[in-house]
Ligand binder design. Structure first.
Ligand SMILES: Cc1cc2nc3c(=O)[nH]c(=O)nc-3n(C[C@H](O)[C@H](O)[C@H](O)COP(=O)(O)OP(=O)(O)OC[C@H]3O[C@@H](n4cnc5c(N)ncnc54)[C@H](O)[C@@H]3O)c2cc1C
Length: 476
């Protein structure tokens, strides 16, 4: 039996590797359109800097990524203690994001009125779930609507809106709470609210002697040589099964098999296809197979993001903030960048001694055109903002730009209903699977966790049907 995997990002490579480990007799071929595998994971070494083009780590609180790392013989590196300090730019300067109740009460990030409004959340009635089963129209609510309703406008604008751009490069007024932050959604459903939910979870954790986190939790983790290590290790294990420079253009059905066509070279015939390319690319591949499915997948948008990396002398940076993870900028601040990460504070060995590696993100759903500025304009935009925010007045000694024309899939309002329709449509296509970060979680952890799940599913479905075929043949 042959399985073709289209897309050699972390999702495609992981599912390929896990299938190969579990079923050594299975013929697996992974086709990656670009000349290098990894997709959004790509680490480059330059002049003593270790630079991530996009992904810079994963949280260590989801076991499957650590399990895979161990299987591959990789040793994860946790972010430095200082990375716990995260900042938000407001009223012309950086403010540390409060990480506990006392810090929240003391922060000048929010006005006194806004803090009271946040704490009042504990007493607000639930608008969904068991406590309010009749309210159905806001079941798939935007992040902005939810945060304003539960926490008040100021907390939404100052804390939640930058989080949407930090994680999704997204627009909180479009993102679906249920699709993007299902744990938060469930706090209201199961406990009636956020504060009640967090207290409830802590209480349950105490009873069961486990750490139960209501939020994402975990420590940002990578590898000594950066995130590219996991791609290199998977590539090595996959060997000849991974073929780069092979872009799939169409998937067709031929009786109970599939035919995959490429931009060059001969088509191949296989029993199963895993589409692990982004949904917009898979949408084009299935146009002839299922127009309705193609239209649904084509509806998931990935706005552009550019990442501008700069190596600067430590003493050329002034002001607070550079001792931590980095900072995010709320839309109401009217700035052009989304935020900056201090990669050399987060992880060791990212910059030469005496230098700092800064990575600034631009674009996303709110300002896609900014990501598409010419190189010079991108650099001058970043320098102007870093000058205002962290006092950087000198020319960086290293500048590198990574452009992601189609960066992060936006799980906008309607995404959960769209997934249900897609699942229905996929029933018609036995042996065809959708995979990758366009559907049920955008992060590395999601891609790896769903790879393990997909292997189980494929084992159940394909091998059961192969066995039935074999038994039928034996009976004849
Ligand atoms: C700027 C940025 C920063 C990010 N930071 C983080 C982070 O720190 N942590 C985190 O967890 N996540 C982060 N993400 C999210 C990240 O995209 C995912 O975590 C993950 O890398 C997605 O993996 P994937 O395999 O689903 O998709 P991709 O990495 O996009 O891989 C898909 C692959 O399919 C290939 N492909 C496309 N079309 C075809 C075709 N027709 N034929 C063959 N191959 C094709 C592409 O070339 C690509 O290699 C970030 C994303 C961006 C853009």
């Amino acid at each position: 039996m042959t399985v073709a995997i289209i897309g050699g990002g972390i999702a495609g490579l992981t599912v390929g590797y896990l299938l190969a480990e579990r079923f050594p007799a299975l013929e697996i071929q992974i086709f990656e359109g670009q000349e290098r595998p990894g997709g959004k994971i790509w680490t480059q070494k330059e002049g003593g800097y270790l630079i991530e083009s996009a992904v810079n780590g994963f949280l260590d609180n989801r076991p499957k990524t650590l399990e895979l790392s161990q299987q591959l013989g990789l040793s994860p590196v946790r972010s430095n203690e200082g990375a716990r300090r995260r900042y938000i730019y407001a009223a012309g300067r950086l403010h540390r994001v409060p990480d506990g109740l006392l810090a929240f009460v003391g922060t000048d990030l929010l006005s006194a009125g806004a803090k009271v409004r946040v704490l009042m959340e504990a007493f607000l009635p639930a608008a969904r779930g068991a406590a309010a089963p009749a309210v159905r129209d806001i079941e798939d609510e935007t992040l902005a609507s939810f945060a304003t309703r539960r926490l008040g406008r100021e907390a939404y604008e100052t804390l939640i809106d930058p989080m949407a751009s930090g994680i999704y490069a997204g627009d909180a007024q479009q993102l679906s709470l249920k699709a993007c932050f299902p744990k938060v959604y469930n706090l209201e459903v199961n406990y009636g609210g956020l504060i009640r939910g967090m207290i409830g979870k802590m209480w349950e954790g105490r009873k069961t002697k486990t750490t139960v986190s209501a939020g994402p939790g975990g420590v940002l983790t990578s590898f000594e040589a950066g995130m590219g290590s996991i791609i290199d290790a998977l590539g090595e294990r996959l060997g000849q099964r991974l073929r780069v420079g092979h872009a799939a253009v169409a998937v067709e059905r031929l009786r109970d098999r599939y035919v995959v066509h490429f931009d060059a070279g001969d088509p191949i015939e296989v029993e199963a296809v895993i589409l692990a390319a982004p949904a917009y690319a898979s949408s084009l591949m299935v146009r002839g197979l299922d127009g309705q499915l193609s239209r649904e997948l084509g509806g998931i948008v990935n706005p552009p993001v550019s990442v501008v990396c700069m190596g600067v002398r430590k003493e050329h940076i002034k002001g607070n903030g550079v001792d931590g993870f980095g900072f995010l900028i709320p839309s109401k601040a009217g700035r052009k960048t989304l935020g900056t990460l201090f990669d050399s504070t987060i992880f060791p060995n990212r910059a030469p001694e005496g230098y700092t590696l800064l990575r600034t993100m631009l674009g996303g759903a709110r300002n896609p055109h900014i990501a598409q500025l010419k190189d010079d304009d991108l650099v001058s935009t970043v320098l102007k903002e870093l000058s205002d925010i962290i006092g950087l007045k000198h020319t960086p000694e290293m500048i590198k730009i990574y452009r992601h024309e189609k960066a992060i899939p936006q799980y906008n309002q309607g995404h959960p209903a769209m997934l249900e329709r897609v699942n229905q449509l996929m029933q018609r296509h036995r042996g065809l699977y959708l995979h990758g970060n366009s559907y049920k979680g955008i992060g590395v952890n999601d891609c790896i966790e769903t790879s393990y799940e997909l292997v189980e599913r494929i084992a159940g479905e394909l091998f059961a049907s192969a066995k039935r075929h074999q038994e039928g043949a034996d009976d004849n």
